[in-house]
Write a protein of this length. Structure first.
Length: 264
């Protein structure tokens, strides 16, 4: 697991956007896995900026979002489809047909099977972007989720509902069920890029990076993936024991890159 402690949120955005851009430049037909939540908003903003500057192109890419609320209309202002349109898809040149978000109004069983098959027929996910729940969830795979789970319907925890309650109006029914890619589905992505910012994520980051692998901390399963990049701000990294080592590794990487550039 590569742990990049980027300092502030802006550096988290530029570091992670660099990884997504490189993926698209190296492989314009990339299949991206995308996430919602407040954390990736800064990444999407930076990607839109790069697209507008002509630095990155999405025209041949495809995407699959991690999750969606059950029973929610895609036009609803709190649907994850709406979120993605608002923060990314409406501002870039990705083919609308190539952007997939689980359909919250479909029959859940049929939709989950369809979604898994669609990911497979696209050739699998090249780069999966993840946020991190304060309780350690990825997608909507709450603690105790099977570490081998596939796309399915999940009941949200009270914690997760409370964390997301402020997005919904007082008169609005907040969904308690979601369709989410499973942990097994996420683990099949070729590269995983997880972003976490803020003090409230520090405990979950610690459990993910340095804790024992456990279904009680679903993100800890990423320790079994060979190609994970975790990009953190200083607050989210604040409880990590090996912070100095992570900084040291990044310094070495930068030096190796500089030497390579100088000798070429
Ligand atoms: C939701 C999403 C997750 C996201 C998490 C954290 O529960 N399903 O994909 O990572 O929230 O959200 P935030 O980035 O707003 O803290």
């Amino acid at each position: 697991m590569r742990v990049v402690i980027a300092g502030d949120a802006n550096t988290v955005a530029t570091t992670s956007a660099q990884i997504v851009s490189r993926q698209l430049i190296g492989q314009p037909t990339s299949v991206l896995g995308l996430a919602t939540g407040s954390t990736p908003v800064i990444l999407y903003r930076e990607l839109v900026r790069r697209y507008e500057a002509g630095e990155v192109c999405f025209s041949r890419a495809k995407s699959f979002n991690l999750d969606e609320y059950v029973g929610i209309n895609p036009e609803h202002h709190q649907s994850y489809r709406h979120f993605m349109q608002q923060h990314l898809f409406d501002h870039i040149n990705m083919d609308p047909v190539a952007t997939q978000v689980p359909q919250g109004l479909a029959d859940p069983q049929i939709e989950c099977t369809r979604y898994e098959a669609a990911i497979k027929s696209a050739g699998g996910i090249d780069l999966q972007v993840l946020g991190l729940g304060a309780n350690g969830h990825i997608g909507f795979n709450e603690p105790t989720s099977s570490l081998a789970s596939r796309t399915r319907i999940k009941t949200l925890t009270e914690d997760t509902m409370a964390a997301n309650a402020h997005f919904f109006g007082a008169q609005e029914q907040q969904p308690s069920l979601a369709l989410t890619m499973g942990i097994g589905t996420i683990m099949e992505a070729r590269h995983i890029l997880l972003l976490a910012t803020g003090k409230h994520k520090a405990q979950a980051v610690k459990a993910m990076v340095e804790g024992p692998v456990s279904a009680m901390a679903p993100a800890s399963v990423l320790q079994f993936h060979t190609t994970v990049t975790v990009v953190l701000d200083a607050e989210a990294a604040s409880l990590l024991d090996a912070q100095q080592y992570y900084h040291w590794v990044e310094k070495m990487r930068a030096e190796i890159t500089r030497e390579k550039l100088e000798s070429s």
